[in-house]
Ligand binder design. Structure first.
Ligand SMILES: N[C@@H](CCC[C@H](N)C(=O)O)C(=O)O
Length: 288
């Protein structure tokens, strides 16, 4: 899923960016609305390097879009594109609501047009849309029971699948802390059942309204939070009758509120603007 032509134009020599995070899920945000700055897989990988670049879990590029406040592209630090990133969507929504004074707006992502709202108390909520529960659309390689995927792991439980614009594989386990996620994550990310790889969540039921979740993100890392993953986990546990349709998801970076309603899966949580930066010519020239 490497970028389409509009995402691969001329590289600028001077690139401004913002660093934001949602519950420690951290993002570099490039506002490409004024100059149409381009992004490439190589620049995304270089920026994502936590030692030689800026470092991020995802890179979000904001572009002008017809009929919406903006369009957003999401890049993982391995240079791959993702159609959904819940926490970055909330961060960009907060940024644009602050900029415009609006309390609600629409954003176009690979997932489609998403509604974002100011939820009060500094929180931002986004409707991530209805879950994808069709095996071809997740996508999976073949027709299987989405509630019991034939993926064998040392956990000894069969995971569930749900798509939120990106693929997820959710394991419900008795003790999420006991799972060796650094070993499980890459194994399941690359399971042949997921032709486009997958994000991997391990979830423990704390009560009918609270779950604990740890996440391995497609792209190759454990992150402190994952918004689309929290939505997928809430959908899988609700479908199994383990929780209701409204849950608090307890992540390493803090809590997200997930509400699966008739119009989609809503995600509510905090966002933080960390700093504004500008990439040096030395850094950009070395990539040219
Ligand atoms: N952190 C994100 C998910 C990012 C995309 C993911 N790694 C993928 O490749 O699908 C979120 O908050 O949803």
């Amino acid at each position: 899923m490497e970028g389409e032509s509009h995402r691969h134009q001329r590289q600028p020599r001077d690139l401004r960016f913002l660093k934001m995070h949602g519950l420690g899920n951290d993002f570099v945000i490039v506002d490409a609305r004024p100059g149409g700055e381009a992004m490439t897989p190589a620049l995304a990988r270089a920026l994502g390097d936590r030692h030689r670049g800026v470092g991020f879990d995802q890179l979000a590029v904001i572009r002008n879009g017809a009929g919406v406040a903006a369009e957003i592209d999401f890049w993982n630090s391995d240079g791959s594109l993702a159609d959904a990133c819940g926490n970055a969507t909330r961060c960009v929504a907060r940024l644009l609501m602050t900029e415009s004074g609006q309390t609600a707006l629409d954003l176009r992502t690979g997932r489609g047009v998403l509604r974002a709202e100011d939820a009060g108390d500094g929180l931002t909520r986004v409707n991530m849309g209805p879950p994808v529960l069709d095996w071809q659309a997740v996508p999976l390689a073949r027709e299987v029971d989405l509630d019991a995927l034939p993926i064998e792991t040392p956990l000894g439980v069969l995971p569930g699948a749900a798509g939120m614009g990106n693929p997820h594989c959710v394991f419900v386990v008795p003790d999420a802390e006991a799972v060796d996620l650094a070993a499980l994550g890459p194994q399941v990310e690359h399971d042949p059942l997921y032709p486009e790889r997958t994000n991997v969540e391990v979830v423990q039921i704390l009560d009918r309204e609270t779950i604990r979740m740890r996440v391995w993100e497609r792209g190759g890392m454990i992150t402190l939070a994952c918004g689309s993953g929290a939505c997928a986990a809430a959908v899988v546990t609700a479908r199994r009758g383990l929780t209701g349709r409204g849950v608090t998801v307890r992540l390493d970076g803090g809590d997200l509120r997930i509400d699966w309603r008739d119009d989609g899966v809503w995600m509510t949580g905090p966002t933080t603007l960390v700093f504004e930066g500008r990439l040096s010519h030395e850094f950009l020239d070395a990539l040219a």
